[in-house]
Design a protein around this ligand. Structure first.
Ligand code: ADP
Length: 467
């Protein structure tokens, strides 16, 4: 049951009266008589039908937002809040998430000229005893405050409540918890700039919106977990394959390499004889060339094994594939204090490709960039991912970081198999990325000077719809 602030002196019933006063137009004399007999008047019925239609439209809008945005919660939160404030004739509102025992605003509706300090985004609001927020955290049921300006926390000059009352001009406030089973995961608050309590129906409506926000949060979390598991599996398989591959390369190369060393030593011995045995030395050098060619053939065979795998060619939206990977790497970026910015071109043509392989490329470039930036003791850690269409109908993806950058020596060798500067690196990531991009008919390259961050770019031809 909603808890209405007793000091404010407005109960559920008086809330209804106020709603009737404020939200509907005055009744005519006949309507008033009909209402006294308990029969809804024609205009009341019309009102109810309009209200129901509005609610149904709002619910479908929220469901559409949930369906259209499986990875990004922001549009869903914004849609829920917009509908909640509009349907309940509220002037202000916020959607809060409860993390680490505090509330953080993730969506807000406030007047355009409102100070950014009122309802600050993503900052903890501070859970001080006696405030409506801490009452909500304790009771886990709606907190309805008919007049915040009469609330004890305001009279005690709680800084948060003072800001809401004085900077935003809020008076009547409703806070509804978002509960997952019994756990508090957030809240929706709507506020009016005049003393005009919300009706039971409106409180129920906000409770429904809070349930929808909870479902969206949960399904996004599950979806993310599933994709993380999927990616981890793909990554683990790749690492295992690489492990086997490098073991077999080592095995196959050992023999020609040993023969090269033996022939090298032999030719040295022939050449240092007095007089030098040029013919014998020549034979040994001939052997070296033969073995070196064999070694190069082995490498060539392995390379074609990695690159000539047929690529699945689905018609896909590269922006969408990128957003999925950035969602996946979100926690890794936060862990290393990296801010990720995306600038994805609108109306980018689709490309033909293998989504998992291309996501593997993005994952590798992003994780390399995060790793490089986490080595920095200070300075901005920023990762910028952008897409654009470039000449000859090619889609270009750029991943730029503000890490230590690439030395001329790095630039020359980055894409060589087994080139790594990391103690535990395998040095195969970029080489595989290049093979994948080339198998898609594209090009991957790096630029960037030491100390100015690294920039990796790849292009892929725009796709054709296969019939
Ligand atoms: P690994 O990550 O196992 O070393 P990669 O092929 O992915 O293998 O990378 C090869 C090398 O390229 C890395 O060891 C690192 O020296 C360099 N490198 C890759 N990305 C970056 C980057 N964003 N900034 C600086 N150096 C990078």
């Amino acid at each position: 049951m909603p808890v209405l602030n007793p000091e404010a002196g407005a109960g559920g019933d008086s809330g209804k009266k106020a709603m009737k006063r404020g939200d509907k137009k005055e009744k005519t004399g006949r309507e008033a008589r009909t209402a006294r007999r308990g029969i809804p008047s024609r205009s009341e019925l019309q009102w109810q039908v309009t209200e129901l239609a509005e609610q149904r439209a709002a619910i479908s809008e929220v469901l559409r937002a949930i369906a259209n945005s499986p990875h990004d919660l922001q549009p869903i939160f914004d849609t829920i809040l917009a509908n909640a404030t509009r349907l309940c004739r509220a002037h202000l509102g916020a959607l809060l998430l409860f993390k680490e025992n505090d509330f953080h605003v993730v969506a807000r509706r406030a007047p355009k000229n409102a100070s950014p300090d009122a309802l600050p985004l993503q900052r903890p609001l501070g859970l001080r005893p006696g405030t409506p927020l801490s009452r909500l955290a304790k009771k886990r049921s709606p907190i309805h405050d008919a007049n915040l300006a009469a609330d004890q926390s305001y009279l005690d000059r709680d800084p948060g409540v003072v800001i809401v009352v004085e900077l935003l001009g809020a008076r009547t406030s409703l806070l509804v918890p978002m509960l997952k089973e019994d756990e508090l995961i957030g809240a929706i608050t709507i506020l009016r700039t005049e003393v005009q309590p919300f009706t039971e129906k409106q409180i129920e409506l906000i409770t429904d919106f809070a349930a929808q926000a909870t479902i969206a949060l949960e399904s996004t979390r599950r979806e993310r977990q599933y994709r993380e598991a999927h990616m981890e599996l793909a990554h683990a398989t790749r690492v295992a394959t690489l492990g086997q591959l490098s073991a077999s390369i080592a095995h196959e190369l050992r023999q020609p390499l040993a023969a090269i060393v033996t022939n090298g030593n032999a030719s040295l011995r022939w050449l240092t004889r007095q007089p030098p045995e040029i013919d014998e030395a020549g034979l040994a050098v001939g052997g070296i060339i033969e073995d070196a060619n064999r070694a190069s053939e082995i490498i060539g065979r392995v390379h074609s094994l990695v690159t000539k795998n047929p690529v699945r060619k689905d018609l896909l939206d590269i922006n969408e594939a990128i957003l999925e990977v950035t969602a996946l790497t979100h926690s890794e970026a936060i862990k290393h204090g990296v801010t990720v910015r995306t600038q994805l071109a609108h109306r980018l043509p689709r490309i033909n490709g293998d989504k998992v392989q291309l996501q593997q490329v993005m994952l590798n470039l992003i994780l390399n960039a995060i790793q490089a930036m986490s080595e920095l003791a200070d300075g901005i850690r920023e990762l910028h991912i952008s897409t654009e269409i470039v000449e000859s109908e090619r889609v270009c993806v750029a991943v730029r970081d503000s890490g230590p950058g690439l030395s001329p020596q790095d630039l020359g060798r980055l894409f060589e198999p087994f080139y790594t500067t990391k103690p535990n690196g395998m040095g195969m990531g970029l080489s595989i990325c290049r093979s994948i991009i080339e198998a898609h008919g594209g090009r991957l390259w790096a630029t960037g000077h030491a100390s100015q961050g690294a920039l990796f770019r790849f292009t892929i031809p725009a796709g054709v719809i296969s019939r």
